[in-house]
Design a protein around this ligand. Sequence first.
Ligand code: 13P
Ligand code: SF4
Length: 336
Amino acid sequence: MNINIAKAQLVKNGFLDLEIDPELDLFAEIQKLKKEKNAVLLAHYYQETDIQDVADYIGDSLGLAQQAKQTTADTIVFAGVHFMAETAKILNPSKKVLLPDLKAGCSLADSAPTNLFKAFKEKHPNHIVVSYINCTADIKALSDIICTSGNAEKIIESIPLDQPILFAPDKNLGAYLSKKTGREMLLWNGACMVHEIFSLEKIVKLKIRHPKAKLIAHPECEEAILNIADYIGSTTQLLKYTQTDQTQEYIVATETGILHQMQINNPTKTFIPAPPENNCACNDCPYMKLNTLEKIYLCMKYELPEILMDENLRLQALKPMERMMDISRAAGLIGG
Ligand code: 13P
Ligand code: SF4
């Protein structure tokens, strides 16, 4: 393939839009490319089921970050969204990091534009800045500590009580953490489009129809949903809960991709996706779902699109990421 044509295509579409022989066994081809290129395929739980089935590791943001940091592979293929692939590059810069579709962004990351956030931070110079990992490398570079939904409570608890905290970009996660830890925090007004779409009314009706079902929710959901949830946690924590809890039926208030692993791990249990406001499929993340087996195959074959980053920016973004990893390690949330 002509590299200039490929690069022009990436600018236009964000991915390599090339013809693929429909007879090709994409599963087998991807496995072959993994070996040939010493590549590891990391996938988030919100990926479509085929991608989860061919991945080497499936996880939440914390688990994926740790895998990206410790991999011995030469290439990391990230079946997730842009900020996740960027995080992998920040943590492990000597690896080639590939993202099948550059347009796989995140509404939450988009809700914190760098210039506005910088001005907000400058208005509150005595605050420590804790940013949720769902943000751009620029926002990470402006932060003091990063957190994920899997470690956020421990991160907040590690901060001295007299230290004011500015939390960004997710106001729902921030409000949940404030309530959980008793720490007042200044919140940036951002949110995830998928977790804000759940309908309280429909969930309440669903609970009436399924009285034995437990509602499990991601902390990116709005307060009204979290208030009636039986359990709140990151995607990994939600999955683990369904494996240890004795209930047979769950209403799941997070992106629908996670249901695949819940069902594999609990074949006799029932999982019902929490309904969104209107009759759309808005509990599917449109960014996560941009990745397909075809795009992963092409991206591995041609090693494009690649995530590249300015080294100064990377080093600045690395500092708060390392603080997060250190606190998570000390709290026993990750190994190594
Ligand atoms: P976790 O998988 O870390 O819980 O994050 C959820 C999410 O929204 C990722 O984009
Ligand atoms: Fe971003 Fe929400 Fe999609 Fe996660 S689910 S990538 S937070 S838009």
